[in-house]
Design a protein around this ligand. Structure first.
Ligand code: NAD
Length: 269
């Protein structure tokens, strides 16, 4: 990670930041100079460890336990963030989950749970962040934008996924929510973008990489020939949150080793 403090003086909130991609993003934002709210829903020790890591290199961070699918908890979280840090400049809408099922067996509970966390959770956090960005406006000594939102999507915002219809639907929804927000809020100098990770080695998809056979099969889907790491996503998030990407509005950055290049066609279909 670069030593350039691209995010100096900025305040960030990362949801689902005590594991996997969110953990990597929170640490990278801290390393880039931001103060960070480390949101999580369970796992106090892991959340505290992320805060400790950020503090080890001189950053400032706090944990905040909240379920992003609950409106009151999201409201309390943003109130606390503004109380402790003065404002929020960056939201990384990262919290997400899978509850897989064949379509014919999928319960309404599994459907609602995944849509509630992955899509409604992003809506609730984005709305709270946007209200704060609009209240504060642009502070040129901090950033050229009034605020930045990064929506963690997935290659499954474009690739259909049998057995995971609730998850793929949530990610397809994130794409158009992100683009609609970006269109509506760009005139207010709020930048909204997405990141679509491919296969990243985290607890969400352990079964896809934890045996040599599973990994070999996964790699047939990745032209670049390796599984992704949280750091791959974290570097993209730092860039999208910084003024280095100031003219990037409403785009999804695919960080997927080429997974969306239809690798099945690489030998002539
Ligand atoms: P992970 O399971 O390691 O992390 C998910 C995080 O979300 C955890 O911190 C968890 O506590 C949190 N979370 C879950 N429900 C929550 C809730 N109700 N409120 C607050 N936090 C909640 O998985 P990950 O791979 O790091 O996933 C992070 C994001 O990246 C997700 O949105 C996921 O869909 C997306 N993603 C991951 C991959 C991958 O290959 N790992 C690929 C594409 C997209």
């Amino acid at each position: 990670m670069s030593d350039r403090k691209l995010l100096a003086k900025q305040k960030a909130l990362v949801t689902g930041a005590n594991s996997g991609i969110g953990e990597g993003v929170a640490i990278a934002l801290g390393q880039a100079g931001a103060d960070v709210v480390v949101n999580y829903v369970e796992g106090d020790a892991a959340a505290n460890a992320v805060v400790d890591k950020i503090k080890q290199f001189g950053g400032n961070a706090i944990t905040h336990k909240a379920d992003v699918s609950h409106e009151d908890e999201v409201g309390d979280m943003f109130d606390r963030a503004v109380r402790e840090f003065g404002t929020i400049d960056i939201l990384v809408n990262n919290a997400g989950m899978q509850r897989d099922s064949a379509f014919s067996d999928m319960t309404l509970e599994k459907w609602n749970k995944v849509l509630g966390v992955n899509l409604t959770g992003q809506f609730l956090c984005a709305r709270a962040a946007i209200r704060e960005f609009l209240r504060r406006g642009v502070v040129p000594s901090v950033s050229r934008a009034a605020g930045k939102i990064i929506c963690m999507s997935s290659v499954h915002q474009v690739i259909p996924w049998a057995g995971h219809a609730n998850y793929a639907t949530s990610k397809g929804g994130i794409k158009l929510m992100m683009e609609s927000m970006a269109q509506e809020l760009a005139p207010k100098r709020i930048r909204v973008n997405g990141i679509a990770p491919g296969a990243i080695q985290t607890p969400i998809n352990t079964s896809a990489w934890d045996t040599p056979e599973a990994l070999k099969s996964l790699l047939t889907l990745i032209p670049y020939g390796r599984i992704g790491l949280p750091e791959d996503i974290a570097r993209a998030a730092v860039w999208l949150a910084s003024d280095d990407s100031d003219y990037v509005v409403g785009t999804t950055l695919f960080v997927d080793g080429g997974m969306t290049l239809y690798p099945g066609f690489s030998t002539n279909g």
